[in-house]
Each structure stands twice: as C-alpha cells, then as structure tokens.
Design a binder for this molecule. Sequence first.
Ligand SMILES: *Cc1c(COP(=O)(O)O)cnc(C)c1O
Length: 453
Amino acid sequence: MNRRKIFLNESEMPTHWYNIAADMPNKPLPPLNPRTRQPVGPEDLAPIFPMGLIGQEVSAERHIEIPDEVQDIYTIWRPSPLYRAYGLEKMLDAPVKIYYKYEGVSPSGSHKPNTAVAQAYYNKQEGVKKIVTETGAGQWGTALAFACAQFGLGCEVYMVRISYDQKPYRKIMMNTFGADVYASPSNRTQAGRNILDDDPDSPGSLGIAISEAIETAVQDESNKYALGSVLNHVLLHQTVIGQEAEKQLEIAGDYPDIIIAPLGGGSNFAGIAFPFIGQNITKGKNTRCIAVEPASCPKLTQGEFLYDFGDTAGYTPLLPMYTLGHNFRPAAIHAGGLRYHGASVLCSQLLKDNLIEAVALQQLECFQAGVVFARAEGIIAAPEATHAIAQVIREAEQAKKEGTKKTILFNMCGHGFVDMKAYEDYFAGALSDHQFTESDLKSALGEIRELQP
Ligand SMILES: *Cc1c(COP(=O)(O)O)cnc(C)c1O
C-alpha cells in the first residue's frame, strides 16, 4: 500500500526554533528609526512588543528553545502531517515525487497559530492584558484570537474591509474565540479616518490595518501589538514546519530538490524553507527554494530593495526589504494574505543574495491549480496556498519536458473552507487576472526614495 501520510510522535517535535540569521552569509541590515535614520534599539520597540520577542527579533543564536507551555499548546495540532501527493502525481504524469506539509490541521486552519501561540505566551509572561492586531483574509486574526483565548488575554482585530465583506465567517470565528473585530479603515483611529476622508469606499489594505492596530495598542500601557508575518521573530516561530518536514522526509527516505511556498510577508515560506536553506549554506546541499507571490502584488519580482515602512501611516521602523512602496494599493484579489506591499527582511536579504528564487503568478492559474488539487488530493486549499500548487504544477511540467526526476516539497499552508466565496466567484467566471500600471508602481516607489539613509 502507498504510504500517503507520514506522522511524527509528539516526542519527536522540535524543541527549538531555528534562527537562520546565525547562518546567513550577509546578515540582515538593521531596522531604522524613521526620525533619526539610526538603527532602532530595544527601547524603540518596547511600547509595542514584549521584551521576550524583541530579544528574538535581534538574536544571533542559531537555536532558540521553545517554552514548555508553547510546546504543550502546539500538541493540539502538531506535529502536522506530511503527505505524499500520489493523486496529484498520477494526474500530472511527470517524473516527480510531490510531498506537502499540511498546516490546515491547526485550530484556525493555517500555519499562523505556530507564531500566535508563542507571541501570546511572551505577552502573558510580561503582564500584558490585551493584544491588538490587524488581519487580511482573517487567518492571522483567527490564529491570534485562538492563542489569546488559551492564555486568557483580550484580543482586538482590525480586519481589512474587503476581506471583512468577503469572508464574514472569519469574523465569527474570531468572535467565537473571544476577539473584538473592526473593519479597517475604521473611524476608531486617526490613521483610519485619514484614509476614509480620502476614499470613503476604501477596500483597505494590510498596511492601513497595521497602522490602526499600532495606533490603538500604544494608547494603553497594558496593551501590546502583534504582527502575523514579516518580522524575524515571526519567521523564527514558523521553523517548526520545516524541521518536522525534514524528519518526515527522512522517514520517507527522500530529500527535496525543490521547495515551494506562497509568500505574503514571508512567514510560511520561511517556516518550511529556512531549515533547508540552513543545510544549503552549512552542508553544501542544493535545494532550490521558490517563493510564489501574486502577480497583482509582486514585491519580490518587480519591487526594489529599499528601506520602507511596514505600514501605510508610517508608524513602524524602516525595514530593508523588497517593496512596492507602502502606499502601493494591490488589487482586491481573494488571496488576501498575499496582499502586502513588502517582504520580510530575512527573505529579502536571501533573495538579494540569490539564496532563494521568486516567481509571480496570476490568480486564475492559481485557482485552476487549486481545483485540480482538490479533485486529486481531497483537500481544498486556501487561495494563498493555491499559488504554491500552481508552481508545483509548473515545475512538474518542466521536469517532464527535461526528462529529469525531481522531488518537490511544498507548504499547504492552509485550507480554504472559509474561502468558498472565492471558489464560487472562480466557478462563476467572476474573477480576472490583474495587471497594475507601471505608473502606479513608479509613484509608490518614488515616494519612498526620500526615506533612504
Ligand atoms: C497569512 C497567510 C499567508 C501569507 O503570509 P506569510 O507570512 O507569507 O505566510 C499565506 N497563506 C495563508 C494560508 C495565510 O494564512
């Protein structure tokens, strides 16, 4: 019988997170204070993050211990299964073995609780009462709401307007876990009111919602802010995915030639790829790691490596990253988690150093791939995850053309059960591919040139 899924025991779970900064040939550049243009110190970040996370943000240690309480909550859904995609392989009829790590088994249905639980833990440790955050498609908000419930913390979420309207059930999930949810831009913050003055029908963006969440968090000392992607400590927490996959592939007797994951801010890509990139750097392995972004928000393939704000209002430090400019307004695609103007500092530096690759795909090809995958494997992918599947299919076709055998691992970072509106629109022919204009991009990038040190 074909062995379709490979499980680990709880006792085989990783006990440490892997910090790729320790192994990078070029270390990430420091974030800058936008006023002084000097590197930010811990005191700059202390109003919004607990010290436990600030320490991880700047750590040079290769392995960081996962607290027992966090490991204990991880066992609700971890270790997550690794599947061999026999159904998809058969359908593609190419010389490839395809494996996928399935993070849809978590309480919120994606990889996000891996960091949400860790972040809630360090906030609780330092006496925080409530965490304020933003969410795009609703995945991060749901994950943090779950994590806050585990630790008895309050949770307030600014949800990007377009997703709030498209995905009402995500809001109810957050409410069920105990969180308060507001559509962003909202009238509750100055950042939100400024946007609404300009455009009362604004569909919102992650950048705007981040501004609203930070503004709210800093108004009360017992509150802190949390980010679901982009920052070093968030990517760090996700490395449990790749570490488990390494062990599971060892059981299968395989090692990946290619790793593929969608990239919004970079956390699920980092989670599955960083442990293997570490092997590339330190052990001379040669795994190609491909980040897949949407063609409507292509920071890695069409953005520039510049210092930019992480949010629209300019409340965050300046981060050195591939960016489209913090005022870039991506089209309202269904893969809301990929609608972010920049890529994490760690992923950006790795791309700059040619240690990872990037491709941009249109949404119709991705939904088509999602439907193929559902019929072949029985799992309905989140719209974000369909980007990885589409690239897997491209790589399989390439291998067939070349007649070379390949082992492919990809991150099925979430299920799409709460995204059925997206599939409904796809089947109704209501979705289209998106092209932004060169002049939109030029002006969004132009605005940030003056921010450079
Ligand atoms: C949030 C999210 C993403 C994008 O964020 P990353 O930090 O790049 O992983 C992708 N897929 C799913 C399912 C998500 O919830």
